[in-house]
Design a protein around this ligand. Sequence first.
Ligand SMILES: [Zn+2]
Length: 101
Amino acid sequence: MEMIGCCPCPSCGEGQVGYRLCSNRETVVLLCDNCALVWMHPNKVDADQARDPLHPDFARQHPQVELRSSRWATRPEIEAWGWGIYLMKPGDLFKGPEDNS
Ligand SMILES: [Zn+2]
């Protein structure tokens, strides 16, 4: 599964932050492919908002985020989670909705 990237990682500076589909096959979070930190929203991918999914507090606060059998999310899965707008590039605004090329 190809990773759909969001941005370079603001924490480690080496990885790419991509959209990750959790084990429940519904919840999407942002995961760095290098340092494995997590962000809960594509609007807030900065060093201050980075979460460690291995921290005990994280599992308590976000029980729906289970990464053990997660995989990179596809575009339809990201859209189903309501984050399709974050995948748009400026050029997409000039295409008709029926044009999926
Ligand atoms: Zn990172």
